[in-house]
Design a protein around this ligand. Structure first.
Ligand code: URA
Length: 424
């Protein structure tokens, strides 16, 4: 095989052969034969030329085969997972994993850390004193058998080709290519060994792909990849125009997730979580009504068991930021817009997120929305609370929020939270 020939073929718009794809991915994952600049050139060629669906299926399977595929046959329950393309205030996994486990499935959620304005599930869980993200495969399988749900960091052998390619795409402006995103996400989810998968593809300013058409194309591509690899897959497109729930920030989101598990919490968060839980229960063939199971309180107990199994202590106090400031509105009316991306950037600048993979995050920092779009507001009313460990961080957060808030004269028409549903 000739690496330059493979790059040239894609540069000129040709379909790569299965042999070219498997050779390229296998050798890039191993290191040695293919240089980073050659892989970067191929990623850029794919960015511009795209991939045919069978070509992308082979590419994705080669990424899965670059590492190992977990064998979850021993967990004794149907397995079903959820993946979100990421948003602001998206603490759904903390509720959904124990909820679907309480419905009777096993949920093997291998998650990541946040980067930029979107939060990561592991960062949120790590706000719980003592909780550890890293589990061996046997520990994960045991926990799924006994408790039903696991949230953990991916093991080093899950799609190692993706680890190398993603780092490269990050520094070569080739992240936002639909075939490359879809294969990256789905290679990890297929390798995780789940029987079925629900995708939560976010749409709106806080989403990875804000426009609905691109989000729908991504959803269709990922559903196709799941199905062609034996993973039953359904996608929901859900709104991310404003923060989901009322909080963005690690410990703040844990508190809000616990509120939902205890029967309360914001209506939008409950609605999105239950819509995803319904899809997961159906894919897993469970005879359970997630809303009734949530109301029973059992998912709260399962969450406690999940946390304890990974060393966490929910009876210990969660971290609280020592400094809190508010953002007010000048006029009376209705809150028409509270821009999601701006709130995400503010939370990140307050310390809740990281700019580089190796940065630490603050467990206590973040933003609380005291009002949400559609709420009536008075002049001078506080609409946001900013939480930080250092007061010096407030100015940069306020700057991010400068054009984020609109107050309007008439109550805005509520927009649907569930925008679309895609299945094979
Ligand atoms: N998340 C991933 O895991 N991969 C991408 O390419 C983009 C988002």
């Amino acid at each position: 095989m000739d690496t330059v020939e493979i790059i040239r073929a894609k540069r000129d718009g040709h379909r790569l052969t299965d042999d070219q794809i498997t050779w390229f991915i296998d050798n890039y994952a191993r290191g040695g034969v293919i240089a980073d600049e050659q892989a970067a050139a191929l990623a850029m060629a794919i960015f511009f030329r795209g991939m045919q669906s069978d070509e992308l299926a082979t590419w994705t399977r080669a990424m899965v085969d670059s590492g190992s595929r977990l064998d979850l046959s021993g967990v004794g329950r149907p397995t079903v997972d959820k993946h979100s393309t990421g948003g602001v205030g998206d603490k759904v996994s903390l509720i959904l994993v124990p909820l679907v486990a309480a419905c009777g499935a096993a949920v093997p959620q291998l998650s990541g850390r946040g980067l930029g304005h979107t939060g990561g599930t592991l960062d949120k869980m790590e706000a719980i004193p003592g909780w550890r993200a890293s589990l061996g495969v046997d520990e994960m399988v045991d926990q799924m058998r006994q408790v039903g749900g696991v949230i953990a960091g991916a093991t080093g052998d899950i799609s190692p080709a993706d680890r190398r390619l993603y780092a490269l795409r990050d520094v070569t402006a080739t992240v936002d290519s639909i075939p490359l995103i879809a294969s990256s996400i789905m290679s990890k989810k297929i390798a995780e060994g789940t029987d079925s998968l629900v995708l939560d593809v976010k749409v709106g300013s806080g989403a990875f792909l804000p426009e609905v058409d691109r989000a729908r194309e991504l959803a269709r591509t990922m559903v196709g990849l799941g199905e062609s690899n034996g993973v039953r897959t359904v996608a929901l497109l859900t709104a991310m125009h404003t923060v989901l729930g009322r909080t963005a920030g690690n410990a703040l989101e844990v508190v809000e997730a616990l509120e939902v598990l205890e029967g309360g919490g914001p209506a939008d968060l409950v609605e999105v979580t239950l819509a995803l839980a319904d899809e997961m229960a159906a894919l897993a063939g469970l005879d359970a009504d997630p809303a009734a199971v949530l109301a029973s309180g059992r998912p709260r107990e399962v969450f406690g068991e999940m946390v304890a199994a990974q060393g966490g202590d929910l009876s210990a106090d969660l971290p609280v930021a020592p400094h809190v400031e508010v953002v007010t509105v000048d006029e009376a009316g209705w809150l028409g817009r509270l821009d999601c991306l701006s709130v995400g950037i503010a939370a990140w600048r307050l310390g809740a997120g990281r700019a580089r993979k190796e940065d630490a995050v603050s467990p206590s920092a973040g933003v609380v929305c005291l009002a949400k779009p559609g709420d009536a507001v008075q002049a001078g009313q506080p609409v946001l609370e900013l939480h930080a460990e250092e007061p010096a961080l407030f100015d940069a957060a306020r700057e991010a929020l400068r054009d984020a808030i609109d107050v309007v004269d008439e109550a805005p028409v509520p927009q649907p939270l569930i925008v679309d549903r895609i299945e094979a």
